[in-house]
Design a protein around this ligand. Structure first.
Ligand SMILES: *[C@@H]1O[C@H](CO)[C@@H](O)[C@H](O)[C@H]1NC(C)=O
Ligand SMILES: *[C@@H]1O[C@H](CO)[C@@H](O)[C@H](O)[C@H]1NC(C)=O
Length: 455
């Protein structure tokens, strides 16, 4: 025994030590794994931010007489839908006054932090705008015959314009313009065009502490907002509005959710023909054939819909074009909670009935469904089952089925918007800014108005 150097007793002891080390190692690794998980902070999109600081026209603009307009009062800490509404109007204003539009990060928190807490989850405090969109609003090209200077980033503007003329929104927006329901957005817009055109300083900024030029309620007042339509729908800033390469990548890798015949990404069939891959590229200006997209807001929308009922809110203006098939007229008086809930927070039975009606009325055949929703997983499954029992859909998918990269996760709403914008038919929520922004883009792109439906 002694020749082997270990007694029976010490062998047991050694085994014990080894087992202990192994166990400790395992526990330690779990600890390490957990620390690594905790370090998995939201993305900061550094490369996209970097690109925004080096757009090809900057060099030329450094030595050229360019005028700029920087709406430093962009909304903070609000959903993308509201922020997008303001971006649309401010980029129109810059274009109408021949000034370079200045864009900023989509900002949740402007305190300089990297991350913010959102219902117990970490989110990026700022996302570079070109992680969400592309086109002239983030410095993309305008049509060749249009000589309006291209958009620049806030950082570039601040280098070129260290001492801009700072305007107060209240210099133009008096109570009459803001509150009087006979004053259209086009009137307010024209007053601002005149104001900006009267300023020689190339560097103009709205005071960062001011409210918006177009107060949020105007987007819910069709009589006031729709007079902007002729200008808005013809503006290259909006006609060329597009989604970011990051969003387009997310779309491509989830193609099988949106297209009838697209194979799932693991399939070999998706390998592109390397000799000529332009043939397999989809035309993004065309509708996705046969797709019916549903926008179904849940969760926080329940109390929101109750509130809309109590103030008898109208649908958003872009959801209220007279040529649409579905209309909503706010009731004059009395309690109409059921009416509001059926349009704003429809039950599964109400959704199934509306989907059936819309499918029957559609000029183009509708073959598959995509449900954009923030609803709980179990509820979404219940909805899918109800929809598939009622109609013979080729397939039904939802935003819950998306496979996204970490960078795509925090901008996924834009992917839903891109898909909804191109669906053959959309059923949206009349009070939702996501729906109304999508409907606005569908109308700008000339998609038939009878394909925009509402609960
Ligand atoms: C707009 O400004 C650019 C210079 O930034 C100029 O070349 C162009 O002619 C102007 N367009 C109009 C319509 O004034
Ligand atoms: C790819 O296909 C298109 C359309 O068939 C053709 O016009 C183009 O020249 C092709 N490109 C290459 C590199 O072969």
């Amino acid at each position: 025994m002694a020749r082997y150097g270990l007694t029976q007793g010490s062998r047991v002891a050694l085994l014990g030590v080894v087992a202990f080390i192994a166990l400790a190692g395992l526990l330690y690794r779990r600890q390490v794994t957990r620390s690594v998980m905790a370090l998995h902070f939201p993305p900061l999109y550094e490369n996209i931010h970097e690109q925004e600081q080096q757009l090809p026209h900057y060099k030329e603009y450094e030595s050229k007489d360019i005028k700029y307009f920087w709406a430093a009062n962009h909304l903070y800490g609000l959903g993308w839908g509201n922020v997008m509404q303001d971006y649309v109007m401010m980029s129109l204003l810059a274009h109408a006054t021949n000034r370079s539009f200045v864009f900023n990060d989509y900002t949740w928190n402007a305190d300089g932090s990297w991350y913010s807490d959102f219902n117990g989850k970490l989110i990026p405090s700022r996302i570079p705008l070109s992680a969400i969109i592309s086109g002239p609003v983030v410095g993309g090209e305008l049509p060749p015959e249009d000589h309006t200077p291209r958009a620049v980033s806030k950082d570039f503007f601040q280098t070129i314009c260290p001492n801009p003329t700072i305007l107060q929104v209240s210099e133009i927006n008096d109570d009459y313009l803001r509150y009087d329901e006979t004053v259209s957005a086009a009137v307010i817009f024209d007053k601002w065009v005149q104001k900006l055109n009267s300023i020689d300083d190339p560097c103009v900024q709205l005071d960062a502490n001011n409210g918006q030029i177009f107060d949020y309620w105007i987007y819910g007042q069709k009589k006031r907002l729709l007079p902007m339509w002729p200008d808005l729908s013809e503006s290259p800033m909006i006609k060329r509005w597009s989604w970011s390469p990051l969003i387009h990548d997310a779309y491509e890798s989830n193609l099988h959710l949106f297209h009838l015949y697209a194979p799932p990404p693991s399939s070999e069939l998706l390998v592109l023909d390397e000799t000529n891959d332009t043939t397999s590229k989809e035309d993004y200006s065309q509708p996705i054939p046969g797709l019916l997209a549903l926008h179904v807001r849940r969760g926080d929308f329940e109390p929101h819909c109750r509130k809309l009922s109590s103030i008898k809110a109208d649908w958003n203006a872009y959801n209220s074009f007279p040529e649409f098939l579905d209309h909503f007229t706010p009731p004059e008086d009395g309690d109409h909670l059921d009416l509001y809930m059926s349009h704003c927070y429809p039950s599964i039975a109400q959704i199934v009935a509306k989907v059936k009606k819309v499918r029957l009325e559609s000029k183009e055949p509708l073959t598959h469904l995509y449900i954009m929703t923030n609803g709980a997983m179990a509820w979404v499954e219940e909805l899918k089952t109800a929809l598939s029992t009622d109609g013979e859909w080729n397939h039904i998918s939802s935003s819950r089925d998306l496979k996204l990269t970490w960078e795509q996760k925090f901008v996924a709403q834009a992917l839903d918007m891109f898909v909804a914008q191109r669906a053959q038919v959309l059923i949206g929520n009349g009070w939702s800014s996501l729906t109304s922004n999508v409907v606005m883009l569908r109308m700008v792109n000339g998609i038939p108005s009878d394909t925009n439906r509402f609960w």
